[in-house]
Design a protein. Sequence first.
Length: 197
Amino acid sequence: MHTNAFRWLDTAIASNAKFRERSEKLPTQRTPGTVAVITCMDPRVNLEAIGIPPFTPEGEGNSSVRIIRTIGARAEKRSLLIGLFLVGIREIAVLMHTDCGCCAAYDKMDAIVERLYQNVEPARLKRFMDQVGEPFPERLRAWLGAFSDPYTAVRQEVDTIKALPFVPRQLLVHGLVYDLATGKVDVVVNGYAEQHR
């Protein structure tokens, strides 16, 4: 799957040397904070849309909000547990977005399965398929957490987080959807309002 045409690591290391030359204010101390955002790994999700500033050119960080990036903004249990009981997170926003890869995966499961067959050795693929189960395309869709609509999915993800056995009842969990085309953020689940139900 790797081609020699582009060597990303080489450019990353060269960029790091330039970064170190100009970086004067690297955040080395842990900043206390009680808020986390679970969002997608898609680089198009601009967290400035919800008030989280980027690092300054000198390397200084201006936010105490913890950021957890996963495919489709799906909660990762290890990060949640450490965030809640070591970091002290008390409020979480799940920030999904339009045109998400999880929507593409939902719609193009056959293409994913075909590429698995093309690129993974048969014995390894069989082990993976046995783990996921049959019927493989449908079970793979569930295993990936793929979805067809981010507005429905964010509501489901909030409910999933709240139902985890280690999550305290008082944890505030919001569900938001970021529109890539406009930058608008829609509140699908307001954790403050849900807390009083």
